[in-house]
Design a protein around this ligand. Structure first.
Ligand SMILES: NC(=O)c1ccc[n+]([C@@H]2O[C@H](COP(=O)([O-])OP(=O)(O)OC[C@H]3O[C@@H](n4cnc5c(N)ncnc54)[C@H](OP(=O)(O)O)[C@@H]3O)[C@@H](O)[C@H]2O)c1
Length: 167
């Protein structure tokens, strides 16, 4: 059985993005994202794909599985799907681990399918227009936490892992 993992960075007020971008720059978190997801598929919406800097897309070393309803959209080097569940089945057949990498819409659809949440908790409130759903204590249990500080962004952050309670 493949493991389905949501990976996301979330501010204290649940903001994950603002005007199509992540509202902070924590290079340690980008590095962490790269290490964790390397060799595995990253499922994302077309808005998130387009928000990646051109030099980082497609994300190297990973199958970029991009969701869109637009039948004419097919950036080079991506695997396109028009249906979330079809995309998930495709990834699960091919890989031991599947990462759901955003954005807000795809996290919302992906949450009921996830076995694990790998959340970078950024310990500050940010202005934003897209949010991550609340992590309900009845459904998720924290199993790991690593605290860090970003000098550049001048903020504390933690890598927190949750697993589904009935796992
Ligand atoms: N903090 C983080 O870790 C993090 C991570 C990723 C993204 N983000 C942020 O999240 C924001 C983007 O989130 P978003 O909600 O606007 O966009 P998104 O989730 O990246 O993409 C949404 C798009 O996906 C397509 N889609 C949605 N449901 C689908 C389905 N069932 N089947 C096929 N395609 C489907 C639609 O595309 P069309 O309507 O175009 O066809 C929809 O507009 C940005 O600000 C980004 O920076 C933050």
């Amino acid at each position: 059985m493949s493991e389905v993992i949501i990976i996301v960075a979330v501010a204290e007020n649940y903001v994950i993005g603002n005007k199509g971008k992540i509202p902070w720059h924590i290079s340690e978190d980008f590095q962490h994202f790269k290490e964790i997801t390397m060799d595995f598929p990253c499922m994302m919406g077309d808005v998130t794909y387009e928000s990646l800097p051109e030099s980082f897309r497609p994300l190297p070393g990973r199958e970029n599985v991009v969701l869109t309803f637009n039948k004419d959209y097919h950036p080079e080097g991506t695997t396109i799907f028009h249906d979330f569940e079809e995309a998930l089945e495709y990834c699960k057949k091919k890989y031991d681990k599947v990462f759901i990498t955003g954005g807000a819409t795809i996290y919302r659809i992906g949450m009921p399918h996830a076995d694990k949440l790998m959340i970078t908790r950024v310990h500050k409130e940010y202005e934003g227009d897209v949010f991550f759903p609340q992590v309900k204590k009845e459904e998720w249990v924290e199993v790991e936490r690593e605290d860090h500080h970003s000098d550049k962004e001048d903020v504390d952050f933690s890598f927190v892992t949750y697993v589904r309670k009935n796992n």
